[in-house]
Design a protein. Structure first.
Length: 128
């Protein structure tokens, strides 16, 4: 590639070095900002830990009756719906089994024809 008249190769190289220096500076600022934000996150996590533990304990104890009711209703629903679910799963398994065996029917027919031909041409064994 020909350079325009009066352009020095060293000057272009200097511009590229300046561009790399700016990119390195931007990357350095990004790393410093990320480290600062990470430190802020850790400090806030440690400072607010007692508050989070207090609310978790408070709402955890208040939420226990709701969890007990949920478990009771879930048990009753499973007793009612369970048999239908089992029947549906068994029917689906039977249908899947048949669907997997249907492509093998031509091979079964070929085997039956071969067995018929072999058994028709075979002489019975006479015991001596």
């Amino acid at each position: 590639m020909a350079l325009p008249r009066g352009t020095c190769c060293l000057r272009l190289r200097g511009e590229m070095l300046e561009l790399f220096a700016l990119a390195f500076l931007a990357l350095t600022l990004l790393v410093v900002a990320s480290a600062g934000l990470l430190a802020l996150k850790v400090v806030l996590w440690i400072v607010l830990l007692p508050v989070r533990l207090f609310f978790a304990l408070l709402f955890g104890l208040l939420f226990l009756p709701v969890l007990l009711l949920k478990a009771l209703l879930g048990t009753v629903a499973m007793i009612v719906v369970g048999p239908f679910l089992v029947l549906t799963l068994l029917a689906g398994a039977a249908i899947a089994f048949v669907a997997l065996l249907v492509p093998l029917l031509p091979l079964l027919a070929i085997g039956l024809v071969i067995w018929l031909v072999v058994s028709a041409t075979e002489r019975p064994v006479v015991a001596s």
